[in-house]
Design a protein around this ligand. Structure first.
Ligand code: SF4
Length: 498
């Protein structure tokens, strides 16, 4: 029997980053922060701490990284307390976007020791000019330890002629293009930086007198930290002992700045947790609005008191959107009911043992089961956040139909996904996307899924769901192909992964 990844047929989210400076239990705080960010990457996790060695009068970086969930990698509490000592730490949860999944040297944070001291890096995003920079550096003799695009930032910083580590980092970031939200540790500071388009989120907070940064604010809530603000697009924030003393965060800007920000709109649709704030906005608020606007698209109305229409979500990522859908439907007098028609198992682990036959059905059934009494004889509206390949959706519909509903209608809270993401998110290849397989023909996709009706949220409604105050603007490239950073498709690939 073969073991394969037990993904949900969804785009795979990139990575989660966390950093803390000035806390006596930095590693433990980092561990909990990574736990809260587990949804952003489940292949590997790592923590690096910076510890002052009084006897040697120097700073030492301590590292623990491994394959698996945060609770697997750090299952021995002694590692957190006795190995990962120090008052500052950065951590990383990984899904590979560039860099081979099986290559353990790709697990972050990366650490180097070079002429100016120690440097550690955790990166969320995807550098679009990575291949060009890597060729140039390799031609000059640079030896890479990993196949990840993130490593390039460390090499560029280490080669800088600047004396100060912060200026070295700033110079490195002036060379790279694409999407990055990074956390770095130097010997004296925690550095957090974000590309000037602001593709990926990165928030700044405070717990006691320590400062924290994280991909999403759910990582602050778990450790009792307070959200201060976002790291702005194009900003480099430095937290050091001066900042702890004065309370004034040091801020620099990368030189090459975009005139417009382009936050990844998919963070609202699917990636981020609804209890988080990303881009300074509550995800729950946007996700409910997606549902409300979806409720207007091709609505299903009961024809008589006996004609029961129920709404079910594909748990868990579609739950919040479904609440918005139901609220709006009833506000418009449609008299529909929210039901828990699909139950998701949370305890199945990361791999799926593929049996000889019917494995597709079993794969979906390991994760979902139906509540048959709820579905039987009803008109069922399934609300899902996105449809990618369509294979999981098709299996889910089959499962639901086995429960004997009168009709099955499928509603998707985003437009059809037609284009790849080069900014740190892992979609299958363009030709595998169901919207491309059926050339954007929604009727053909409906037939393929086997439902009575299928509707996607139109692009204008997607845009209307996300706030545009404070100069906010969004990347929608996976739906419309309008890439904010020009892409050489070859440049975003890593030749070592082929
Ligand atoms: Fe997000 Fe899609 Fe843009 Fe990628 S292409 S950054 S997933 S909106």
């Amino acid at each position: 029997m073969k073991k394969i990844s037990n993904d949900e047929g969804k785009p795979r989210c990139h990575c989660g980053v966390f950093g803390i400076f000035g806390h006596p239990e930095a590693s433990v705080m980092c561990y909990y922060g990574l736990q809260a960010l587990q949804h952003r990457g489940q292949e590997a996790a790592g923590i690096v701490t910076s510890e002052w060695l009084e006897d040697k009068k120097k700073q030492r970086f301590n590292i623990q990284k491994g394959v698996g969930l945060v609770s697997d990698v750090f299952k021995d509490e002694k590692v957190l307390r006795e190995v990962l000592k120090g008052s500052s730490a950065i951590g990383h949860n990984r899904y590979s976007t560039t860099g081979s999944t099986d290559n353990k040297s790709n697990i972050q944070p990366f650490v180097v020791n070079y002429k100016s001291g120690n440097l550690a890096l955790g990166h969320n995003g995807n550098l679009t000019n990575y291949r060009k920079l890597r060729y140039a550096l390799q031609n000059e003799g640079t030896i890479f330890q990993s196949t990840s695009d993130s490593e390039i930032i460390l090499h560029l910083a280490a080669r800088s002629k600047q004396k100060d580590q912060i200026l070295q980092i700033k110079e490195a970031l002036d060379f790279v293009e694409g999407a990055y939200s990074i956390v770095m540790l130097t010997d004296k500071s925690l550095v957090a930086a974000r590309d000037s388009h602001g593709f990926r989120p990165l928030a700044l907070g405070k717990v006691d007198s320590a400062y924290v940064v994280a991909s999403e604010t759910c990582a602050f809530d778990i450790i009792g930290a307070e959200y201060i603000r976002d790291v702005a697009p194009g900003e480099i924030i430095v937290i050091d002992n001066d900042v702890l003393a004065t309370g004034e965060v040091k801020s620099f800007w990368i030189s090459k700045r975009s005139s417009k920000v382009h936050h990844c709109i998919f963070e609202f649709i699917y990636f981020s947790r609804p209890d988080s704030k990303v881009f300074g906005i509550n995800v729950d608020r946007v996700r409910r609005k997606l549902g409300k606007l979806l409720a207007d698209v091709n609505p299903i109305t009961p024809q008589s008191p006996e004609d029961k229409v129920i709404i079910i979500s594909v748990p868990d990522s579609s739950n919040t959107c479904t609440l918005g859908y139901v609220t709006e439907s009833n506000k418009q007098g449609r008299n529909v009911r929210l039901e828990l028609g699909l139950i998701r198992s949370h305890y199945i682990g990361r791999t799926f043992i593929q049996p000889q036959e019917n494995y597709r059905e079993i794969k979906v059934k390991t994760k979902y089961n139906t509540v048959k009494g709820v579905l039987k004889g009803r008109k069922v509206i399934i609300v899902d956040d996105s449809v990618v390949r369509g294979t999981t959706s098709k299996q889910l519909v089959k499962l639901i139909k086995e429960a004997g509903p009168k009709e099955v209608h499928f509603r998707v809270s985003c437009p059809p996904i037609k284009f790849p993401c080069y900014y740190g998110m892992d979609f299958p290849s363009s030709k595998e996307l169901i919207a491309n397989r059926f050339k954007g023909d929604v009727e053909a996709i409906r037939k393929e899924l086997g439902v009575d009706s299928l509707s996607y949220l139109p692009m204008e409604k997607l845009i209307a769901s996300a706030p545009t105050d404070d100069g906010r603007n969004y990347c929608t490239a996976c739906f419309d192909g309008n890439y904010p950073v020009i892409i050489d498709p070859e440049a975003s690939k890593n030749e070592n992964d082929q």
